[in-house]
Write a protein that binds this ligand. Structure first.
Ligand code: SF4
Ligand code: SF4
Length: 380
């Protein structure tokens, strides 16, 4: 079985994938419909997938719509990302109780083994986001063992996009729409009249092992072409882009651009963009006690550079204005991230555009800053 080979799996046999993963001890996490959105959660069979649903997305806009077919993966990315499994929204770090001498005794807990996850349905931009977050969380000299344990042994079954979402711009960020690495298996869904099937690529020995349990066939030329056509359609549909030419230098030159005042008038500093972003990784640490003061716990939870507390140091917040917080977020994503971690922090998934309540669009803001230099409106 070569990594350049392609195979087909009929829709009727798709649930064999869940059985094969269960036999290997994997807990499958994938897309499912909840609260009128497509989110990631544990799923057990294809009936748990968003069968026959699609998502309609634009700036500040997300709606689920019925498709006129029974596609399993006929939508793009939702408010969740795989970040919630790499860096969970809340983690208890430590707990203690008051002892008989009035001091605190730590309540030791046996470390819990994270489940052995199979991620089903990761898109190309998400594979890139996982890689970026891996560099941040476990790529340094002293990674947190808990962060490392969460990523060990994760099996990834990617889904190639057959359509672009309304806010996607992965083509311009060089992160999609077609995944070429970072997966164990990648599948492309094809609906061709009465026939519903998947074209599979194998990316690892583990993927080949799983494929061996499925009733598959070698893909014929027309089936390979159908998959390639779906990938090309997604790329051609993309309606947004960021011109990344010298983007780091562009933003470094524009700390005082008046556009930051313009965006600050619209931005609510709500932090939604950072919560949904698959690469934002700011966290804070919080201590909580019971009312009697007998029991104390320390939690790590997601935070955001848009909260005033996040930039609070001795003497006050260093980013007291919305202008400075938005500038920090966007300049970090597109410029300082490159110095810090060797790549852009943005993969073009479009979530921050869709889930911004006032439809602020990072592609539009980047374009406005570039245009202001050309028109002489870039300020000092
Ligand atoms: S900045 Fe926006 S488009 Fe870029 S990765 Fe984060 S959520 Fe996606
Ligand atoms: S850019 Fe939008 S989502 Fe982000 S903090 Fe401002 S209002 Fe909220």
């Amino acid at each position: 079985m070569s990594e350049t080979d392609r195979y087909t799996l009929e829709r009727e046999a798709f649930d064999e994938l869940f059985a094969a993963l269960a036999r290997r001890g994997y807990t499958v996490v994938g897309p499912t419909v909840r609260d009128q959105a497509i989110v990631y959660d544990e799923i057990a069979c294809s009936a748990d997938l968003p069968l026959g649903w699609t998502d309609e997305q634009d700036g500040g806009h997300y709606r689920l719509r019925r498709r006129d077919d029974q596609a399993l993966f006929g939508y793009n990315v939702g408010p969740h990302s795989w970040k919630r499994y790499q860096l969970p929204p809340e983690v208890r770090l430590w707990r203690a109780r008051r002892d008989e001498h009035g001091g605190l005794s730590e309540l030791a807990e046996a470390p819990r083994e994270p489940p052995r996850y199979a991620f089903l349905g990761a898109r190309s931009c998400e594979l890139h986001a996982m890689g970026i977050l891996d560099r941040v969380l476990v790529g340094g000299a002293h990674p947190d063992p808990a962060d490392r344990a969460r990523r060990e042994d994760v099996l990834v079954i990617a889904v190639q996009c057959a359509q672009a979402g309304g806010t996607c711009f992965c083509v311009s960020m060089g992160t999609g729409p077609t995944a070429d690495s970072g997966f164990d298996i990648a599948l492309t869904e094809v609906l061709d009249g009465a026939r519903h099937y998947f074209v599979l690529e194998v990316g690892s020995e583990r993927g080949a092992d799983v494929l061996g349990d499925l009733r598959h066939a070698r893909a014929q030329d027309d089936e390979r072409e159908a998959a390639a056509g779906a990938h090309a359609r997604a790329a051609a549909q993309m309606g947004r882009e960021i011109d990344v030419t010298d983007i780091r230098e562009l933003l470094y030159r524009n700390y005082e651009n008046p556009r930051w005042d313009d965006v600050a008038e619209r931005c609510l500093s709500c932090g939604n963009c950072t919560m949904v972003c698959p690469t934002c990784f700011c966290t804070t640490v919080e201590d909580v006690t019971d009312l009697a003061g007998e029991h104390v716990e320390r939690h790590q939870r997601w935070d955001s550079c848009f909260t005033i507390d996040y930039s609070n140091i001795h003497g006050g917040a260093v980013r007291a204005s919305t202008r400075s917080r938005y500038r920090q977020w966007m300049t970090h994503k597109l410029a300082t991230w490159i110095d810090q971690f060797g790549s852009s922090g943005c993969v073009g998934c479009g979530r921050c555009i869709t889930w911004c309540p006032v439809a602020i669009d990072i592609t539009e803001e980047a374009r406005a800053i570039r245009a202001s230099e050309e028109t002489g409106d870039a300020g000092a």
